[in-house]
Design a protein around this ligand. Structure first.
Ligand code: BG6
Ligand code: MG
Length: 219
């Protein structure tokens, strides 16, 4: 009998190195507003929605703003971010990701996206990996941001797999917490210190071998 699991991937910082571009765009806005914004601050923005990210930055600078101002800053940040990803192609996939997607597809597993980003679909198209995904759930589809598990629960529902047969790859603490509260297996990709709540940790996908993936499929 074949086991069919749902492998749910976060996007930014897991499939592509866009976490860097989000950081650069927020940093530029913070600079304009006279707010100091460091890579440490940025950890709190990973996995978090665009609107919530702006709130966190404004809180850092103790800045009150009208809705009109906030809307303008959100628009400007996204325009700058889009300018960074306009020429993105498959070469920007993070090392080892494509091999893992191919292995899971060849082994008849479900693959889903679970991302907070509203820019997720164009990135899957630009990097030419949309065909690997059986389901895509992104920032346009959910109301509750990570660490709420909504994004991952919707992803596993779309492929009719139970949460405890689902596995999440995440680079953010909020995302690991979301996976854990959904009772899914959580796999941290990145800094083990930051992602210590994950069930498994790997610095990147090149360190995940077929034996490990097989053990997840057969569990
Ligand atoms: C998450 C990123 O995946 O998406 C956050 O980790 C980002 O940094 C969020 O703010 C929202 O993305 P977007 O593309 O809708 O602004
Ligand atoms: Mg991420």
């Amino acid at each position: 009998m074949t086991n069919k699991k749902a492998f749910i991937f976060d996007l930014d910082g897991v499939i592509v190195d866009t976490a860097r571009y989000h950081f650069l765009a927020w940093q530029k806005l913070a600079q304009q507003l006279g707010i100091e914004f460091t890579p440490e601050h940025n950890e709190h923005l990973k996995g978090v929605s665009r609107v919530r990210s702006l709130e966190i930055i404004l809180n850092l600078g103790n800045i009150q703003a009208s809705q009109e101002e906030k809307d303008k800053w959100l628009f400007d940040k996204n325009e700058l971010y889009l300018s960074y990803i306009v020429d993105m192609d498959q070469s920007e996939l993070l090392p080892g990701v494509l091999d893992v997607l191919k292995f899971l597809k060849a082994n008849n597993q479900y693959i889903a996206l679970g991302s907070a980003s509203k820019n997720a679909r164009p990135i899957l198209e630009k990097t030419d990996i949309m065909q690997y995904f059986d389901a895509v759930v992104d920032g346009n589809d959910v109301t509750n941001a990570k660490p709420d598990p909504e994004v991952f629960l919707r992803a596993c529902q779309l492929v009719f797999v139970a949460p405890d047969d689902s596995i999440v790859f995440e680079d953010s603490l909020a995302g690991i917490q979301a996976a854990n509260s959904a009772r899914m297996k959580s796999i941290g990709i990145g800094d083990k210190e930051i992602l210590h709540e994950a069930e498994f940790n790997f610095p990147n996908f090149t360190r995940i071998n077929e034996q490990f993936l097989r053990s997840l499929i057969d569990a």
